[in-house]
Design a protein around this ligand. Structure first.
Ligand SMILES: NC(=O)c1ccc[n+]([C@@H]2O[C@H](COP(=O)([O-])OP(=O)(O)OC[C@H]3O[C@@H](n4cnc5c(N)ncnc54)[C@H](OP(=O)(O)O)[C@@H]3O)[C@@H](O)[C@H]2O)c1
Length: 277
């Protein structure tokens, strides 16, 4: 029997669909249409951010879908200008206003911006927003182990760290640190951002053929079967459906090992000590 891994649990007991729709870099009509299309084929989690400038479009699609609010899991993220006690509250108000929602399920510090060095203060306030019921879970994104350690030292544990992971860029040390501290890993750019060659890698093609699936499906199954959430982006309904259709097969231990062995050791495209918004 195939275990049901279509949702996973975050520290604090919040349940989250394993696969969500990534919405960057879509905006306006394209973003709204993609979200509506994804909800139509069964997605129940949407990943957006202040910086994507599409929260209003995502909100319109959510309203149009007529799904109940508690059927949909919404993640958004805020920029560095809000890394302060009052700022985090303002960032949430702004996002809720653009999304047309009364709460978000998961609110993330988008980038640590260590030059500013106020991400611990920001995360402390996120913890209070959880306690007040204004967000269901609080997390971070692009946090290196030392940055996460600084948050952990304040006595708080982020529910999730959203980082770049694909078969060729696994950041195993980051992932290991997350897991060791009870922080769920979510993979962004989980398909390698269509980086030329990844989905035609011979190991993925061979495994895909063995299961009658595509390389993208095998890659997403690998993420989820490893215990990570993933947020693949697609504007195309056929590929959206394909990316969600990964729960009726499972990879063998040997296949998981073959994909793990694809790691090149290369880090994320952008260094979160240098870059952030
Ligand atoms: N936290 C952060 O700092 C951060 C950074 C980057 C991204 N993200 C999040 O992660 C999401 C996904 O990342 P991403 O967009 O960089 O990369 P990705 O999801 O790995 O790749 C998206 C690309 O793959 C194509 N694609 C999707 N499904 C496919 C399939 N089944 N077969 C072949 N091609 C497929 C898409 O094209 P089509 O649209 O034409 O299908 C698009 O060009 C973003 O949308 C965003 O929500 C977060």
């Amino acid at each position: 029997m195939i275990a049901d891994i279509s949702s996973l649990e975050l520290a604090g007991g919040v349940s989250m669909p394993s696969i969500g729709l990534g919405t960057w870099p879509m905006r306006g009509y394209e973003a709204a249409a993609a979200v509506l299309s994804a909800l139509d084929v069964g997605y129940r989690r949407i990943d957006t951010a202040e910086n994507y400038e599409n929260e209003d479009a995502v909100g319109k699609a959510l309203a149009q879908s007529r799904l109940h609010r508690d059927e949909i899991f919404v993640t958004t993220k805020f920029n560095k200008q809000w890394h302060s006690t009052q700022g985090v509250r303002q960032a949430l108000e702004n996002s809720l206003d653009r999304l047309g929602l009364e709460y978000v399920d998961l609110f993330l510090i988008h980038w640590p911006n260590p030059q500013q060095n106020t991400y611990v203060e920001a995360f402390t306030e996120l913890g209070k927003l959880v306690d007040e019921g204004k967000i269901r879970a609080a997390g971070v994104s692009n946090f290196k182990p030392y940055q996460l350690q600084n948050v952990l030292d304040s006595g708080l544990v982020p529910a999730l760290n959203q980082i770049q992971v694909d078969p060729e860029r696994q950041s195993v040390d980051w992932q290991g640190f997350n897991t060791e501290h009870g922080v769920r890993t979510e993979s962004y750019s989980p398909l390698g951002r269509k980086k030329s060659g990844l989905l035609s890698h011979p190991a993925l093609v061979r495994i895909a053929q063995a299961h009658g699936k595509s390389s993208a499906q095998v890659t997403l199954r690998w993420h989820v079967q490893s215990g990570r959430a993933a947020a693949p982006k697609s504007a195309d309904q056929r590929r959206q459906s394909e990316n969600l259709d990964i729960f009726d097969f499972q990879l063998t231990q040997a296949e998981m090992a073959a994909i793990n062995a694809m790691d090149t050791g290369a880090g994320p495209f952008t260094d979160s000590d240098e870059f952030g918004h």
